[in-house]
Structure formats: C-alpha cells, structure tokens
Design a protein around this ligand. Structure first.
Ligand SMILES: Nc1nc(=O)c2c([nH]1)NC[C@@H]1CN(c3ccc(C(=O)N[C@@H](CCC(=O)O)C(=O)O)cc3)C=[N+]21
Ligand SMILES: [Mg+2]
Length: 286
C-alpha cells in the first residue's frame, strides 16, 4: 500500500487570494457609486453561527463590503422576522440577505427561506436557486459547496468520472454539493444516517466529503489510499478543541489531499459569501 502524506487543501490561503480579487472589484463598483452591502440576521446563540458571524464581518471589512448585522432575541416571532425580510427585500442599498440557520422552533425555516428575494439570496437556499442549481444553470450557489468546488479547482483536482461520496444530505451542504458535482461530471453517491455499511462505501470513494457533524468519525479504515478528503465538520471534542468529522492525524497518512479544520472549508464558505454579494452588486448595475 502506498504511503501518502496528504497535501493540505489550504482554504485560508485561497480565501485570502479571493479576498484580494474581490477588493479590486469593490473598488470599481464604488467608483460607479455602488457600495456592496450584505445584511445578516442572527437569532439566538448557535455556536457555529457565532463563529460564522464574527469571521464574515472581519473579511467583509477587509474587502470593503458593508455589513449590517441584526441580532434578534431567541423569542422573536416569525411575523416579525418576515417583516424585517420584507424591508430588506425592498431596500435598494442591500444586495445580499443572509438569515443564519438553524432558527428557533417557533419559526418555520422553509417559510423564511422562501420570503427572501431570490435575487438577494446569498446562501442560494431559495427554491428558485436550488431549482436552477439542480437543473445545471445556477444563479446563486450555496457558499459551503461552492467553496469546496473552488478549492478542488485551485489544486487542479479532476472531477469528471471520479467516484464522489458525500456523507450528509443537508440543504446547506450535501444536497447542493451533489448537484454541483453532477454538473462537473462526477459520479455521485450521497450517504446519510440510514446508509448501511457506511465505511465500505466511503472506502470506494476517490473523493470523500464528510458533512455529518460527528467529531472525528472517519479514520483510516473509512478511506481509500490516495483519496481526496474534504472535512466539512465543525465540532468540539471532549477537550473543547475545534475538530472536524475526519481524524486528521491518521487520515493525513493515507489521503492524497486533505482539508484542515480550521483553515479549510470554513474560510472558503466565507469567501464565497463575499463573492456572491459582489456578484449581486455588479448585476444590480449591469
Ligand atoms: N444561512 C446559513 N448559511 C450558512 O452557511 C451557515 C449558517 N446559516 N449557519 C451556521 C453554518 C456554519 N457556517 C460556518 C462558516 C464558516 C466558519 C468558519 O469560519 N470556520 C473557521 C473557524 C475558525 C475559527 O475558529 O474562528 C475555519 O473552519 O477555519 C464556521 C461556520 C456557516 N453556516
Ligand atoms: Mg454554508
């Protein structure tokens, strides 16, 4: 069996390169009197959402994108949230709207996602955008899957004809990533909690994407020698350390490429959110 020392798929580095490109586009937009603006709504105190909000504010500032962060109490009603979304939809100075998920139980996620103007839907979660994506003609692309695709492209990792196994079928990651991979001619399998003999399946993958939210679930026995491994998980282990769904140390010895946690998929998600906002702002003046 060949021994690999996985090459790091450096999301932090690529996200900084993308930020530099976006900065130039924002400068041009501002010269034309358009200041790209992203509105973020955060309800409650989901830990992953807190990290996301903090890091995206930082990157937006660096690029020159305006942000308005609205923090609402966990008891906020659906009616109130719908009213805020309607105001943002009608505000011509706002180019992108993002409502942090998950939402508290009194608010229906589907109702909220459908209320966002699809042309301002930076997450790409609206049925219009999901439908376009699944038909192979995307308008807005969900940020985490888009970030994964950009990272694979940067490292020239071919997708056509490759066996891709995605573990996790969320609307945020698994489902839209499957659509993108199909659009790039990969052969895609989506596994989930009902999948039988999970590791037998993942061991056949040329490219494995782990998006289940279970700390270090996948180790050497789950992975083919030389596989490309993408770790989407953000979990806390028993010691309170941020860890992915992949046992990074063990898998680094057999994978050909591996995304670290942190510094892999997370920063790419944010870079794609920024890119989507700038794309929307440019489309608003074209
Ligand atoms: N509508 C919606 N869209 C989302 O895309 C969405 C969401 N809601 N809710 C929460 C999850 C989670 N998420 C993260 C993105 C980046 C990092 C991130 O920056 N990660 C850094 C963490 C580094 C640090 O510890 O600061 C890294 O992996 O390197 C984390 C989490 C987006 N999500
Ligand atoms: Mg995301």
């Amino acid at each position: 069996m060949a021994i690999f020392l996985a090459i790091k798929l450096d999301g932090k580095k690529l996200s900084q390169k993308i930020a530099g490109q976006l900065q130039q586009r924002v400068t041009k937009l501002k010269a034309r009197g358009v200041s790209p603006k992203l509105a973020v709504i955060l309800i409650g105190d989901d830990p992953a959402s807190q990290i996301y909000v903090r890091n995206k504010r930082r990157m937006a500032k660096k690029i020159g994108i305006e942000t308005s962060d609205l923090r609402l109490p966990v008891a906020t009603s659906e009616e109130k949230l719908l009213q805020i979304i309607a105001e943002l939809n009608n505000d011509v100075t706002v180019h992108g709207i993002l409502v942090q998920l998950p939402l508290p139980p009194q608010i229906n996620e589907e109702t909220i996602i459908q209320a966002i103007d699809p042309l301002k839907d930076v997450d790409g979660f609206h049925p219009f955008n999901m439908g376009k994506l699944f038909m192979g003609a995307p308008y807005a692309i969900p940020c985490t899957p888009n970030g994964i695709m950009q990272l694979l492209a940067e490292y020239r990792i071919p997708l056509a004809g490759k066996k891709v196994v995605i573990v996790g079928r969320s609307n945020i990651v698994g489902r839209p990533l499957a659509a993108l991979m199909i659009n790039h001619n990969a052969t895609v399998t989506v596994a989930h909690s009902y999948t039988k003999n999970l590791f037998e399946l993942t061991r056949r993958a040329d490219i494995l994407v782990a998006a289940v939210g279970k700390a270090e679930l996948f180790s050497q026995t789950a992975i083919k020698s030389g596989a490309v491994v993408i770790d989407v998980g953000i979990n806390r282990n028993a010691a309170g350390k941020l860890v992915g769904d992949i046992d990074q140390i063990k898998v680094a010895d057999i994978a050909s490429y591996l995304t670290p946690v942190p510094g892999g998929v997370g920063p790419m998600t944010i870079a794609m959110l920024m890119k989507q906002t700038v794309d929307f702002a440019e489309r608003s003046v074209k």
